[in-house]
Design a protein around this ligand. Structure first.
Ligand SMILES: Cc1cc2nc3c(=O)[nH]c(=O)nc-3n(C[C@H](O)[C@H](O)[C@H](O)COP(=O)(O)O)c2cc1C
Ligand SMILES: C=C(O[C@@H]1CC(C(=O)O)=C[C@@H](OP(=O)(O)O)[C@H]1O)C(=O)O
Length: 365
């Protein structure tokens, strides 16, 4: 459904071509002094229409606080923000009421909501619904910073162009901050231009591209997570698979562990100079038994190529119940990956704050 979380809950509402979209954040600690300019900066990283690699729909993604913030601090009651939609072009979707886009949620959504779903702009399934998610994540990350926890992500792969993995970086905290300044956040600066040219070429060919985002959370204490069912991997995956276009998640060395031996996959423990417990490698992504072990939490996720492409595709017309061909006109992201980076960070920050605050509420006597 549309509410996520345990100690803090996030409710997301709206449709891409409706009046507004927004979020209700409940259970936040009272007294948090939020920096709204920092939240605006995060929203701007995700906003559509900023360059040739993005959809041509232009939205400011300006948020209006409705409740839950008073005299410079959170009140602890629901913090509600709305984001008005401004650049809808619903005529692009006239045909898509009955001609189903392959790869999008037109058909499955029509069945699930018995034909009453708002199909304009993908309605509630639109990537636009990730704007309120970024709002929530930006709030959460400010609270996490107070606990010394930071989250950052980069494009690990875009189509066939690969960036360096996080495990090769020396100064992770500085690296995470620097990534947030980049349109195509990468660790190896040389790869950004190649990625850009791949996206622009795919766009010219009326096609789209996908890729892999790698995300890291630093500063998490050991001991967070609630097995059996609320392991840290489970909670993060639940949230990450809610992001439209995400089709796979792996933690640590993930699927490549299949080909390794135990001696290669185990992360050897040691006491560091300051007596803190560390592991020599981090193939388990900072999580053992569903519980954080104090190492960085690291995972990757795959973002599929954008469904709405202009090349002719085979599909169905649900009005005539006949097979037909569809060439989509309209404004679409030729690649979602770079726009999804701040979304992944936000989704991670929100989930980790919930996990952290839940643990605090369960401390032993
Ligand atoms: C930031 C963002 C932007 C997106 N932009 C588009 C787009 O322009 N066109 C499109 O067809 N899908 C876009 N999507 C993906 C669709 O919303 C998604 O593929 C669709 O809802 C079906 O869900 P699924 O891919 O998870 O199965 C975007 C997703 C995100 C996160
Ligand atoms: C508006 C955004 O992206 C939209 C995501 C999207 C989709 O199907 O997910 C389809 C397009 O919608 P429209 O046809 O209304 O332009 C994108 O522009 C956004 O991300 O804010």
């Amino acid at each position: 459904m549309n509410t996520f979380g345990e100690t803090i809950t996030l409710t997301i509402f709206g449709e891409s071509h409706g009046a507004s979209i927004g979020a209700v954040l409940d259970g936040l600690p009272p007294g948090a002094a939020l920096d709204w300019d920092a939240v605006r900066a995060e929203m701007a990283r995700r906003a559509p229409g900023k360059n040739d690699m993005s959809t041509a729909r232009v939205e400011k993604d300006a948020f209006e606080i409705q409740s839950g913030f008073f005299q410079g601090h959170t009140t602890g009651t629901p913090l509600c923000a709305i984001i008005r939609n401004g650049d809808q072009r619903s005529k692009d979707y006239d045909q898509l009421r009955h001609v189903m886009r392959p790869g999008h949620a037109d058909y499955s959504g029509k069945i699930r909501y018995h034909g009453f779903n708002d199909y304009r702009g993908g309605g509630h399934f639109s990537g636009r619904l990730t704007a309120p998610l970024v709002f929530a994540g930006a709030v959460a990350s400010q609270i996490l910073q107070g606990f010394g926890i930071t989250v950052g992500a980069h494009i690990r792969r875009l189509s066939d162009v690969e960036d360096r993995p996080f495990r090769e970086t020396g100064e992770p905290a500085a690296t995470l901050a620097a990534l947030k300044q980049q349109t195509l956040p990468v660790l190896n600066a040389g790869t950004a231009a190649m990625m850009e040219s791949r996206i622009l070429k795919a766009k010219e060919e009326l096609n789209s591209l996908g890729g892999i985002i790698e995300c890291m959370a630093l500063g998490l204490p050991a001991g967070l997570g609630d097995p059996f069912f609320d392991s840290v991997e489970s909670q993060l995956s639940h949230m990450l698979f809610s992001i439209p276009a995400v089709k796979g998640v792996e933690f640590g060395s993930g699927f490549s562990l299949a080909g390794w031996k135990g001696s290669e996959a185990n992360d050897a423990f040691y006491y560091d100079d300051d007596s803190s417990v560390k592991t020599r490698t981090n193939h388990n992504g900072g999580i053992n038994g569903g519980i954080t072990n104090g190492m960085p939490v690291v995972f990757r996720l795959v973002v599929k190529p954008t469904a709405s492409i202009s090349l002719p595709q085979e599909t169905i017309d649900t009005d005539t119940e006949e097979n037909c061909e569809l060439s989509i006109t309209g404004r679409h992201d030729p690649c979602i990956v770079q726009r999804a980076v701040p979304v992944v960070e936000a989704a991670t920050a929100w989930t980790l704050l919930d996990i952290l605050l839940s643990a605090k509420g369960r401390q032993a006597l």
